[in-house]
Design a protein around this ligand. Structure first.
Ligand code: FAD
Length: 388
């Protein structure tokens, strides 16, 4: 399937590329080394509307369709994959769930501020003992008379330390149904745990959140009580496309570095780009980029309701896109290091950072093994042993 981009989409992509070239890529090595990021970065993105890509126009956002949104994410990831991860979580699962299931009051309160980047969204599903098996989460709320309180621990929450709005999943008591809640640091008191030292994606902050009988008012419930797990799975379908686009941005960056280096570096009196071994690697990189994009856009069209009725479901396509794009990113960044040879292994050169960044895309928003479970459920049939 080929996709025709509109003139407007091409212009938006160019704007995102300009931002990535000017505001992200030059600083990415320093952010990686210092484990930091420009504290104004989300506000700068907000000025261009890129924090409100999935916020409807009536709430101050740009209301982009999925393909336009993913085009921008790919560019941001090309500039800095950690910043792109923060934008993807903010826009996909968080904004997406609020738009779909939030009350009018919740939307009025949060969407305009999410759109400007004044507040950044976070998604708290994973726990120390509940990752792939998210349904087994134990963070819970208790009703004591008129009061409701929340206790538990959430792990690896991207944007968690700076977030102004956290979508959190918790069950009722020890074995009750899972619901989704909106947590606001202005209204709720919880502890932000230590920031994780990650392998890559250093511009993105990953933290633990701890809750000890935190009062939870009725207005914090998002959508229907007991529908939380369904919402989480729904949010992850869009979320996985965001990660696919992020992975493709990393792949493109690694490919371009490798291509340019192969044109410069001379060994045995010839440029590396003249050796067939190098040419084949570069050819495979571009093929993987094209393949990942095609799957990502097919899944985006399906999730936007434009599915080919004979194709697989949007959920399977999204899982395929994430699987393909993340594997392309890891493979390409690895081969880019190889093309750079000894220089590639040095921190001074960009490709080893891209390899460390790429690895994350195979893990979060569902590991690639879980992607295969999702795909197999449709293509092979339900498994009796695993309910992922
Ligand atoms: C940088 C980063 C950012 C993150 N951000 C967030 C966030 O913002 N919000 C959030 O909620 N979570 C976040 N996560 C958590 C992430 O979603 C989980 O790490 C992921 O879902 C895997 O869970 P786990 O780490 O507990 O691994 P486990 O579930 O323990 O899995 C370990 C290994 O076993 C495999 N495995 C597990 N079950 C099966 C099975 N049934 N069949 C085959 N293989 C299986 C897995 O694929 C994996 O290889 C983040 C993680 C990272 C690394």
């Amino acid at each position: 399937m080929s996709f025709h981009l509109t003139e407007e989409q091409v212009e938006i992509r160019a704007l995102a590329r300009e931002f990535a070239e000017g505001e992200l890529r030059p600083y990415a090595p320093e952010w990686d080394a210092q484990r930091t990021v420009d504290p104004e970065i989300f506000l700068k993105l907000g000025e261009l509307g890129f924090m409100g890509m999935r916020v409807p126009e009536e709430f101050g956002g740009l209301g982009f369709d999925l393909i336009t949104y993913l085009l921008v994410l790919e560019e941001l990831a090309w500039g800095d994959a950690g910043v792109a991860l923060g934008v993807a979580i903010h826009s996909g699962p968080v904004t997406g769930l609020l738009v779909k299931h939030g009350s009018t009051e919740q939307k009025d309160r949060y969407l305009p501020r999410l759109a400007t980047g004044e507040i950044v969204g976070a998604f708290a599903l994973s726990e120390p003992e509940a990752g792939s098996d998210a349904r087994s989460l134990t963070t819970s709320w208790q009703q004591n008379g008129d009061e409701r309180s929340l206790s538990g621990r959430k792990k690896w929450v991207t944007n968690g330390a700076r977030s102004g709005l956290i979508v959190l999943f918790a069950r009722e008591g020890a074995e009750g149904r899972i619901s989704a809640f909106l947590l606001d640091p202005d209204l709720h008191t919880y502890q932000v745990g230590k920031r994780e030292i990650t392998m890559g994606l250093s511009a993105s902050e990953t933290v633990e959140l701890l809750f000890d009988e935190m009062p939870l008012e009725d207005g914090a419930l998002l959508g229907d009580e007991g529908a939380g797990f369904t919402y989480a799975m729904e949010a992850l379908e869009v979320g996985r496309l965001g990660i696919a686009a992020q992975a493709t941005g990393i792949t493109r960056a690694a490919y371009e570095h490798a291509r340019d280096y192969a044109e410069e570096r001379v060994q045995f009196g010839r440029k590396l780009s003249e050796f067939q071994a190098t040419r084949f690697k570069l050819a495979e990189m571009t093929t993987r980029i094209a393949g990942a994009r095609a799957l990502t856009f097919s899944a985006a069209a399906a999730l936007d309701g434009k599915a080919d009725p004979e194709s697989l479901s949007a959920g399977s396509l999204a899982a395929m896109a994430k699987l393909t794009a993340s594997e392309a990113a890891v493979w390409t960044a690895d081969e880019a290091v190889q093309i750079f040879g000894g220089y590639g292994y040095m921190r001074h050169y960009p490709v080893e950072r891209l390899l460390r960044d790429a690895k994350g895309t195979e893990i979060y928003e569902g590991t690639n093994e879980i992607m295969k479970l999702v795909i197999a459920r449709e293509s092979v049939g339900a498994s009796t042993s695993v309910k992922a």
